[in-house]
Every structure is written in C-alpha cells, then in structure tokens.
Design a protein around this ligand. Structure first.
Ligand code: SF4
Length: 338
C-alpha cells in the first residue's frame, strides 16, 4: 500500500485530520501531482507527516527512461517496492498526449505476439501503483513543457480486466481527481467475459477496446489463447450487453496484422460482420517485432487492401502508425528489460 491507494476518508482517518485538511492533502496529491513545492496550503506539521511517513512514500522508482520518435515517445521502466518491474509509455502527438499504463507486472494471457505474455505473471498492481504511473507521467510533461496528458489507455503490461477492482478504482480516481474525461480513458481487454459483464452491471463510463486479432475461433485461439475459454460468440454477447447498458459508449476492436495469419480476405469479411454487429471502430496495427514471435508483420500493400475491404463494408477503420518500436515501447513489446 502507498499514498495513492488511500481514499479521502482513509487519509483523514490515518493522518487524524479535519475533513478540510484531508481535502487539501488530496488536492496536493492530484491537482499538484504530489509536488511538495506546490503544497503551500498545507501546514508544516501535515507536510512533515506526509514527507516522513514511509506509508506515504512513492511506490515507483524510475530505473530507466528511453525515448525515440524524435523525443515524441518516452518509455519509463519502474521498479515497484517489492522489486517487480513495470513499464509505462508517453506518446506526444500534434493534437494530444497519450499515456499507456500497466495494470499488472507480467501477464497470464500468453498472447502469441506479445513479449509481456512471455515473461509470465508476477502480480497485480494496486490502485495506487496504477494511479502513480499517471501522476509521474503527468509531472514529467509539466516539467518538460510537453503537452499535458489528454488520453489514457490501459494497454501497457497486463490484462486490465484480470485486475478488475484496482483498474476500475484507479480509473475513477483518474477521472474524478485528475479530471481526465471518461471518454478519454480506454480499458483494453483480450475479452474476459465475466468482467465485461461486470462493466455493464457497474455502468462504467469508460471506453472499451477489445483485442480481437482473429475473426473465427480457430484463428483467434491461435493468437489469443483465452479465446478457448471465452469464444467469439460469447464475447460478442457480453459486448452487446456492455453497449446496451449505455447507448453512448463505443467499442473499438484492435487487430494486429500478422503476415499469413489474420490478413486474408476471409478474415476481413468475417471481421466486418463482427464490427458491423457491434457498431465498432476497428484499429489495425502492424505486428511489432519481439523475441516472443517468429511471425512477421503484414506488408504494406496487403494491409492497405485489408483496410479497403473493411472500408467497402462500411466499417469505420484506422490503420495506425506504429510508435515506440525502436525502444520496445510499441504494442506487445513491453517486457521490463533493464
Ligand atoms: S497482449 Fe495484453 S493480454 Fe495479451 S499477453 Fe500481452 S499484455 Fe497480456
């Protein structure tokens, strides 16, 4: 446990503060991003309490910061208090600034193309460890005159819905205390059906991105093994329930283009049907090279033809530019190698 694991009431109780003082501490933590030099509203004794209490120390130690794409992509390697490693990525664009945040150290899901999956599962991150990644990257933007963070995706290490409670409570803190709109917070999943149903039942306002990668069970199970447990038909039913729970939500389907595996005409047609059924946006991305896979990315012409096929079926679709590849910060590459 650490500072950002605590709620307002817990802070008030633990530090034995008046409610208004506890609110000032929360303001210091979130509005001022935990920067002690900006905590002038707090009296010295409270500041000393915060600074001197091991419970209030940071839960992340920055081990390494790498950058590429002309300084537009940064990868942060953090050590947690129990020496487990995680990574977070900051990407600057001309009109937005996006952070990619981890929810677990390692991952159980073992997707065929993913370096994180190959490192095995270490543990779930606490709510505080998730929130603190965002705080640290926001502070980095502020200190270096980068565009402030506008978007957040839980697409770093781990399967967010396999750590449902902490991912959701972190998302609420990021929305309510860091003022990032729910539409700008995306939870990404390989399709943990009971958790998607919980998202519907809990009426969560956040966006959902589903890593589909295959449009029939045989193809998808080869890329995303959890499909054997939650096949496409079951997944689609859960996603419809999630969509129905609030008419305003939009789902995106993520599709890593892998040469000879999921870039055929047949896959494009089947994907179009699923996307149409869910009124989903499709994000296509080239496979990023990792030690986890011998597969190759789809070549440009085949990728463009695949996209045209989706376009012709009336599917909203984007072929994404890969960011962070040279520092292993791109999708599927995060593996905490110091
Ligand atoms: S792609 Fe995501 S869910 Fe799959 S192994 Fe990698 S981190 Fe886990």
């Amino acid at each position: 446990m650490a500072l950002y694991d605590l709620t307002l009431n817990e802070i008030q109780e633990y530090l034995k503060l008046e409610p208004y003082r506890a609110r000032q501490v929360v303001e210091f933590m979130y509005k001022h991003l935990g920067d002690l030099s900006k905590a002038s509203a707090l009296p010295k004794n409270v500041l000393n309490q915060i600074a001197g209490d091991p419970y209030f120390q940071t839960s992340l130690k920055l081990l390494k910061l790498s950058q590429c794409d002309n300084g537009q992509t940064h990868k942060f390697l953090f050590e947690l208090n129990d020496h487990k490693l995680i990574e977070s990525v900051l990407m600057q664009y001309h009109n937005r600034s996006s952070v990619c945040i981890s929810t677990q150290s390692g991952c159980k899901m073992n997707c065929s193309f993913c370096a994180t999956g190959q490192m095995g599962f270490k543990r779930n991150l606490t709510k505080g460890e998730i929130v603190e990644q965002v705080i640290t990257l926001m502070r980095f933007c502020l200190r270096n005159n980068y565009r402030p963070v506008t978007n957040l995706v839980f697409m770093g290490m781990g399967e967010p819905l396999d750590n449902y409670e902490n991912t959701v409570s972190a998302s609420w803190a990021i929305k309510n205390d860091l003022n990032l709109g729910a539409k700008h917070i995306t939870i990404s999943t390989v399709g943990i059906v009971p958790a998607i149903e919980s998202m519907a039942d809990d009426n969560l306002p956040f966006r959902l991105a589903v890593s589909l990668h295959g449009a029939d069970n045989e193809t998808r199970s080869r890329i995303v093994p959890i499909n054997k447990k939650y096949p496409i038909e079951t997944l689609v039913v859960a996603l419809k329930k999630y969509l129905m729970a609030s008419g305003s939500r939009r789902i995106s389907l993520e599709w890593t283009l892998i040469e000879g595996t999921n870039d055929s005409v047949d896959q494009a047609i089947k994907l179009s049907k699923i996307a149409k059924d869910l009124k989903a946006h499709v994000n296509l991305i080239y496979l990023n090279p990792t030690k986890a896979t011998l597969n190759r990315p789809t070549d440009k012409n085949t990728a463009l033809a695949f996209k045209s096929m989706l376009d012709n079926h009336g599917i909203n679709c984007t072929l994404r530019r890969t960011r962070g590849q040279s520092i292993d910060a791109a999708c599927g590459q995060l593996a905490s190698i110091n």
